[in-house]
Design a protein around this ligand. Structure first.
Ligand SMILES: [Mg+2]
Length: 437
């Protein structure tokens, strides 16, 4: 075990196990400029933006923690008999076709000799913090895109650190020396192009796209390589004869708007390598989510509602811990055939009250399951639109009372565990009824 992980061992025991999730929301489209350059001291200069992405992050940490796993196929997500999915696979496991989000049972069939581990999430969190602090040494503008990736704006730092390419190399070396994880880096004038570039030569790659070369670099790549293009978008594009990013770049904004609405024009700009979005400094979590893979597929509504109540309480407790209130509540449902959908609604006012979160998500479930015949495999609750507390309540007396009650329960559970206090609904749900994440 390397020195960093040896020290992390002590911290890991104290760290919380439930990270909140900060999503890179590519549809939010905030603050886009028209070009990839910025003005500084009256000199027109190109931006230098890195996208740094750790390779097979969770699996790499496991290999660093236990050197006997080095060079072996490692699957993080749980034991092969479990009902969860792969959350990370080492490159040795990927050779067998194992991928993230694949059911563990399928991963096992592909490679029975792989080492299956539950995962050490507190270590991942600490390693992630260490990774981000390495990046902080090279720029005040570091924007995490997830637990294992971040954008770094190096524009104007040449006098201090030398050319961006060299900085990218040093970052890769330090991440390896300090964390024993390889990192892949993309370097270009924008976030979108760097993101595509970092993914192109994984693992342990460094791909630089010169200013002015963005569109030519992207053109021959399949559209799926572009952020924001998922399987559905890919299908639609295929239907109109678009397979490569260059074909997408050639479509007119109005045609793209017809196909995809407002995000269509944005996709078109990205395909041409135009993305002026700034690297935003690290903010707070933008959403909190908890979900549960059920121990068996079901359509039993009291059971599903009980599970949602349990997850709502978990989300509510995290909101209160963060002193935030949420404006938007979402329900996630995955059916037995792995079709997954998310439905969300906007609350009348921001809240951190379990009962109001649950009420919203229960209504979404009732609507979702009306006439549904497919069994449910996973349910989840997510809140977003987070804001700081201290806003007037709609119904002060009732809501204050509910919140005081929730906080009192939080305190009891902190001391005696979740099961110490249960509401009528969650009594129906045994804790072993699912795999929580
Ligand atoms: Mg990664």
């Amino acid at each position: 075990m390397g020195k960093f992980y040896h020290e992390a061992h002590h911290v890991a025991k104290l760290a919380t196990l439930h990270p909140s999730h900060r999503h890179l929301d590519i549809d939010s489209g905030v603050g886009y400029n028209k070009n990839n350059s910025s003005m500084s001291d009256g000199v027109h200069m190109h931006r230098r933006i890195l996208h740094v992405d750790l390779d097979a992050f969770f699996a790499s940490v496991e290999q660093a923690l236990d050197p006997s796993l080095e060079g072996k196929p490692v699957v993080v997500g749980g034991k092969p008999g479990g009902r969860g999915v792969v959350s990370s696979a080492s490159y040795e496991a990927r050779v067998f076709g194992i991928r993230s989000a694949m059911p563990l049972s399928r991963a096992y069939r592909l490679c029975p000799q792989a080492v299956f581990v539950d995962g050490h999430f507190s270590y991942y969190r600490i390693a992630s913090q260490r990774f981000m602090s390495i990046l902080d040494d090279y720029s005040p503008h570091v924007e995490p895109g997830g637990i294992d990736e971040a954008y770094v704006d190096l524009t104007g730092s040449e006098a201090l650190f030398g050319p961006a390419h060299g900085v990218a190399q040093r970052i890769r070396e330090r991440v390896w020396d300090e964390l024993r994880i390889t990192a892949s880096v993309g370097l270009s004038t924008s976030k979108v192009v760097s993101k595509v570039a970092s993914d192109l030569d994984k693992p342990d790659g460094l791909v630089e796209v010169m200013p002015g070369e963005e569109a030519a670099f992207l053109a021959p790549l399949p559209v799926r390589r572009l952020p924001g293009v998922g399987p559905k978008t890919e299908q639609v594009l295929k239907g109109v004869g678009v397979a490569a990013i260059g074909d997408l770049a050639a479509l007119s904004p109005s045609y793209l708007c017809c196909l995809f609405g407002k995000t269509g024009a944005l996709l078109g700009s990205w395909a041409r390598g135009e993305d002026g979005s700034p690297v935003e400094e690290r903010g707070e979590a933008r959403s909190i989510s908890r979900c549960a893979t059920l121990s068996r597929d079901t359509l039993d509504r009291p059971f599903l509602l009980g599970m949602l109540r349990y997850l709502s309480e978990k989300v509510g407790a995290e909101l209160r811990r963060m002193e935030k209130r949420a404006r938007v509540v979402a329900l996630k449902v995955r059916y037995a055939d792995f079709e997954t959908l998310t439905r969300q609604c906007r609350l009348r006012g921001p809240t951190d009250i379990d009962q109001l979160i649950f009420g919203a998500v229960a209504e979404l479930l009732q609507r979702q399951l009306a006439g549904a015949a497919k069994l449910v495999r996973l349910v989840g609750v997510e809140v977003s639109g987070l804001q700081a507390e201290a806003q007037l309540r709609l119904l002060p007396s009732v809501e204050d009372r509910l919140e005081r009650l929730d906080r009192a329960l939080d305190g009891l559970r902190l001391r005696y565990g979740y099961d110490a206090v249960q509401t009528g609904r969650t009594l129906a749900v045994q804790r072993r009824a699912g795999v929580f994440s």
